[in-house]
Design a protein around this ligand. Structure first.
Ligand code: C2E
Ligand code: CA
Ligand code: CA
Ligand code: CA
Length: 278
């Protein structure tokens, strides 16, 4: 705040108090939200650029609060991460998404993965591979259909433990993707060792890809590097045909974004299997 007189500070304090009160409310009510069915999982399709076929979905949390309205995961995930309840919520998301994927398979859909975001706490928990195995067993989902999204910041904690966790998950047969790639600080030397199937290019690079030569160069370099490591590349936040065509030119394999679909409830997501037709 600029020192424009005492009023400025008063206003600032009030705003901070409101923010703190809201965080506290979110913290307190998150525990009940799951049981009340206020948390929902939405699904956003991922498309193979060359064919327009839907090859995956990302499971994304939604919270419809009775008085605060719709709360973004960008706001409540950090609160859940801090309190630790993210571990339960994250497990519930994985179970829900895996159940949904198994149902779609049973209905005759195929050739898709179901991607689930892992939080730092879930990733750091010793029993993660056991929990993943349990979800696969409970839902009957073939392991290769499940994809776990990790971020660079998690991988940074300790290289040795990151490697052993990734390998333990990989041994179950699930797929692994590095989310938000390019926004963190992971060393390329470590990246090479991680048993990843895919890299997701953050929407921060995709947003200006057709105008900003720097973002285009970074994206081109990420795609080339991923391919040299045998990884698939998924571009996030694709909103325009121009962005899609640019990515096609870079040999990026898959995209996800509003151009095709926002994250939607399962009954709408299933219609996406029809695919993307320019
Ligand atoms: P993320 O994993 O990077 O997910 C992608 C975000 O980009 C989603 O935001 C998605 O709705 C949004 N998005 C997709 N396409 C477009 C587009 O074309 N344009 C724009 N502007 N945005 C697009 P969302 O659903 O609000 O989720 C925000 C973040 O919350 C996620 O970022 C993820 O970090 C976290 N999150 C969501 N669900 C979960 C969960 O179940 N577990 C954990 N640990 N984190 C989650
Ligand atoms: Ca993600
Ligand atoms: Ca992402
Ligand atoms: Ca993100």
């Amino acid at each position: 705040a600029k020192p424009n007189g005492p009023g400025t500070y008063l206003y600032f304090d009030a705003a901070m108090n409101r923010q703190a009160a809201r965080s506290l409310q979110i913290h307190n009510e998150l525990h009940h939200a799951m049981g009340l069915g206020a948390l929902q999982v939405y699904y956003q399709p991922q498309i193979r650029i060359a064919t327009g076929a839907v090859v995956g979905f990302e499971a994304l949390l939604r919270w419809q609060h009775p008085t605060l309205g719709w709360i973004s995961p960008a706001e409540f995930i950090p609160v859940a991460e801090q309190s630790g309840i993210i571990v339960q919520i994250g497990h519930w998301v994985m179970h829900t998404a895996a159940t949904q994927a198994a149902q779609w398979l049973a209905q005759g859909h195929s050739g898709f993965r179901m991607a689930v975001n892992l939080s730092a706490r879930q990733f750091a928990a010793k029993d993660l591979p056991k929990l993943v195995a349990q979800v696969l067993q409970d839902t009957g989902l073939p392991p290769e259909v499940l994809e776990l999204e990790v971020t660079e910041s998690m991988a940074l904690q300790s290289v040795a433990s990151t490697l052993s966790t990734l390998h333990a998950c990989k041994a179950l047969g699930v797929k692994l993707a590095m989310d938000d790639f390019g926004t963190g600080y992971s060393s390329l030397a470590y990246l090479k060792q991680y048993p990843l199937d895919a890299l997701k290019i953050d929407q921060a690079f995709v947003r200006n890809i057709t105008q900003d030569p720097g973002d285009a160069a970074i994206t081109r370099a990420i795609v080339a590097m991923a391919h040299s490591f045998g990884m698939t590349v998924i571009a996030e936040g694709v909103e325009t045909v121009e962005q899609l065509e640019f990515l096609r030119g870079l040999q990026c394999e898959e995209f996800q974004g509003y151009l095709f679909s926002k994250p939607v409830p399962a009954d709408e997501a299933v219609k996406c299997f029809a695919g993307y037709r320019g």
